[in-house]
Design a protein around this ligand. Structure first.
Ligand code: 4AD
Ligand code: MG
Length: 430
């Protein structure tokens, strides 16, 4: 019977066949221990000289790393292994012998691994990160569908800049100029007026010349947008969503967290509600901590975010930012019009901003004023202003950066390991 490593528990005592690759092996005179991987998991197979044909034992002893095989044997309990089971091998069919696989079990430098990303993905550590990424995506769909959101898909090729504070990728669109989407938000606002509560999940692009452990050129964003939802309620949904993501990983990815040596006790503390401080309080906090390079009106850099996060063991919202350093569409604070009703959610342990969100301006005249201030006009923007003309309502939304969230939850230092094929400032291949 054919099965996969993930399902071996159901086959205890039975003979099964698994398609697998050889991750590693060790052998002595009469026995070979094969470490197998099949994409669904990792498992040990034991080949005893006296229970297989002579040529099968010879093959087991000489098989190279990453060779592909069909392996047949009986599944037995093995309490010492993380999986809890191993295979007692009866037969091996070689599919392809791999020769000189470049990524050996020894240490390799980051550049070498990045050049071999197409192969590096096969490693146990990368497998664990990709599994956590996939689980966060699945949990996102579960959360938003349980909260009655409809999934919508904004365009990737756009005529408008959604985040006027970041850089655009230009593309030829026949004889017009188009951009790759920085955020689906403007389109999601239109969708929310049609469908109520919506969310999107898709790639976004920023031509930022930032070479940090938190910046990708192409990254994936979860973007909910909600009609009739004001700022405070949006924050509540954000903290519930992020707590749900962490709980889903604790529930479903224990083995992967172990592979990554993640400190689980830190994740277990992540429950709603999350602490909130205003931008003004954050500036004071930084000054109290001895930062001299920051004044009211400045945006925060990574060291500032990290210093703020140090004070908390949960993600922290920084609310009510000066309007001049935020995007044009944000709703002004009702008492302090130089501030806007927005929040950045900063992850603990130095992983930086994972969510940016705000209440949106819904007043037609005010949005028109912002258009003049920001010199927005023409067919790329007119439709967005028009949304404020026909039954405009208060609405809010936010964007969660998938890769930074994966980095934080998985405890991975750099976002380049959290996406299968990272696009970085100096890297377009593989
Ligand atoms: O804060 P940002 O720029 O917000 C928006 O784009 C809003 N329009 C979203 C919305 O309200 N619908 O980006 C949102 C999140 C950030 O908090 C961060 O997690 C992630 O996207 N992000 C990046 N992740 C990796 N690499 C980059 N270069 C990123 N830029 C932003
Ligand atoms: Mg932001």
């Amino acid at each position: 019977m054919k099965t996969t490593i993930q399902h071996v528990a159901k086959h205890e005592g039975q003979e099964v066949t698994i398609g697998a690759w050889l991750e590693n092996k060790r052998s002595s005179g009469k026995i070979a221990f094969l470490q197998l991987r099949d994409g669904t998991g990792f498992m040990q197979a034991v080949v005893a000289k006296n229970s297989v044909d002579e040529e099968v034992f010879k093959l087991a002893k000489t098989l190279n790393q990453e060779s592909s095989i069909y392996i047949t044997g009986t599944i037995v309990e093995d309490k010492r292994s993380p999986l809890g089971f191993e295979m007692q091998v009866k037969h091996i069919d070689l599919i392809q012998e791999a020769v000189d696989y470049p990524i050996t079990p020894k240490e390799h430098g980051t550049e070498f691994l990045m050049d071999h990303r197409h192969l590096w993905l096969r490693s146990k550590r990368q497998h664990a990160v990709m599994k956590i990424r996939s689980e966060i995506i699945q949990a996102t769909y579960r959360f938003f569908s349980d909260h009655d959101f409809m999934k919508v898909d904004p365009p990737i090729l756009t005529g408008a800049s959604a985040e006027d504070t970041t850089e655009l990728f230009h593309v030829e669109y026949f004889d017009e100029e188009a951009y790759l989407s920085q955020s689906g938000q403007l389109y999601l606002e239109a969708a929310a007026m049609a469908l109520g509560k919506v969310f999107s999940f898709g790639p976004t692009f920023r031509a930022e010349k930032s070479k940090t452990r938190r910046h990708l050129i192409e990254f994936w964003m979860m973007e909910p947008e909600m009609a009739f939802v004001e700022h405070e309620e949006s924050l509540q949904i954000q903290e519930e969503y992020v707590s749900f993501l962490v709980k889903s990983i604790l529930d479903n990815c224990q083995q992967e967290l172990q592979v990554l040596n993640r400190d689980i006790s830190k994740l277990e503390k992540i429950t709603a509600p999350f602490p909130k401080i205003t931008y003004k309080e954050a500036i004071q906090l930084l000054k109290d901590k001895g930062f001299t390079d920051i004044e009211w009106g400045d945006d925060f850099g990574a060291p500032h975010e990290t210093a703020i996060a140090e004070n908390y063991d949960k993600p922290v919202f920084i609310t009510n930012w000066p309007k001049d350093i935020k995007a044009f569409y944000m709703q002004p604070h009702p008492e302090e019009p130089e501030l806007v009703l927005c929040a950045d959610l900063i992850a603990p342990e130095g992983y930086g901003e994972i969510i940016g969100g705000s209440e949106r301006i819904h007043d037609y005249e005010l949005m028109k004023k912002r258009y003049e201030e920001h010199q927005l006009s023409g067919p790329a923007y007119e439709w967005y202003l028009e949304l404020r003309k026909y039954g405009s309502v208060p609405h809010s939304g936010f964007g969660l950066g998938l890769e930074r969230t994966v980095a934080w939850i998985a405890g991975v230092e750099h976002v380049r390991e959290t996406i299968p094929f990272p696009r970085l400032l100096n890297r377009l291949y593989p």
